[in-house]
Design a protein. Sequence first.
Length: 103
Amino acid sequence: MKWLYLAGIVGGTVCSDLLQSHGMRQGNGRAWKLPLAVGFMAVSFFSFTQLLRIAPLSFAVPASAASIAFDTVLAGFILKERIEFRRWAGAILVAGGVILLAQ
């Protein structure tokens, strides 16, 4: 069950970030994308609170590292952003730092 909650955290956060970015970029898409992004963030928050009830904090926190990595990869594919070396390095450093702190 904890892996399902972890998938809810990562999936909800990534979908929310992508919908917010895409909705803010296109003025006409805000009508449905931003409320849907809030819904995905609610799923992420609910999954996080439920995961904290059944798993230690050191298991739940690395989900943010996974979200950052997925956000960076999907920003290039879905949003057609140009991902430079500094952004890749930042995502890797943040993800590595969170993983180190979780251990």
